[in-house]
Design a protein around this ligand. Structure first.
Ligand SMILES: [Zn+2]
Ligand SMILES: [Zn+2]
Length: 195
């Protein structure tokens, strides 16, 4: 399970739209289920697809305080390994058989890269919309407990009254966007070492 958080003024639908545009074509079929704040995009090989094995992947998208959380489920495989194996075996017996199985081979490789391609589309979409793994402007402010002034993250003391803001200041994992405290040395979500 791969989970990433994007901060910014974005909606689950932004990602759902981008995934539909990219993956609901060719040998793949994609559909959106769920409502506004919580939706899932299911991508699967079309039934009766002429080449390669079958695969399916579900991406869950959930609205959060200042952005969205995206989770890719475990990709399910139906016969892709078998299909690749069959290609290899028939190539051993008769190298010319590869020619007739090139479509299968290309499709299987495309299927294997599906998870990676999904994240590429998500990252690209988020970048276009100005969202990132860093905290949004709204959340990246700490309200002073004494005078109520909003201070930018990283400020040691309140810009208005000078009271210490302490180490309550949050930051985010650069790899997955999970909100972490400055005391943590590894990300609880993806185990990335934090600076
Ligand atoms: Zn203050
Ligand atoms: Zn992380």
């Amino acid at each position: 399970m791969d989970r990433r958080i994007f901060h910014g003024n974005i909606q689950p639908n932004d990602i759902a739209h981008a995934l539909m545009a990219e993956f609901n074509r060719g040998n793949l079929h994609a559909q959106v289920v769920g409502g506004q704040d919580k939706m899932a995009v299911q991508i699967a090989t079309r039934m009766g697809s002429m080449s390669g094995g079958q695969t399916a992947l579900t991406i869950n998208i959930q609205k959060m305080e200042d952005g969205i959380l995206v989770e890719a489920g475990q990709q399910a495989w139906f016969g892709v390994a078998a299909s690749l194996g069959q290609t290899a075996i028939s190539a051993l017996r008769n190298p010319f058989s590869l020619l007739s199985r090139l479509d299968d081979l290309a499709q299987d490789i495309e299927n294997i890269q599906l998870n990676e391609n999904v994240w590429k589309v998500i990252d690209r979409t988020m970048a276009t919309l100005g969202a990132s793994h860093a905290l949004s402007e709204r959340l990246s402010r700490i309200t002073c407990a004494f005078c109520g002034t909003a201070n930018p993250v990283g400020e040691g003391s309140c810009i208005a009254c000078g009271a210490p803001l302490g180490d309550a200041q949050p930051t985010t994992c650069p790899k997955c966007g999970f909100v972490v405290s400055t005391k943590e040395s590894t990300c609880p979500n993806c185990q990335q070492a934090l600076p």
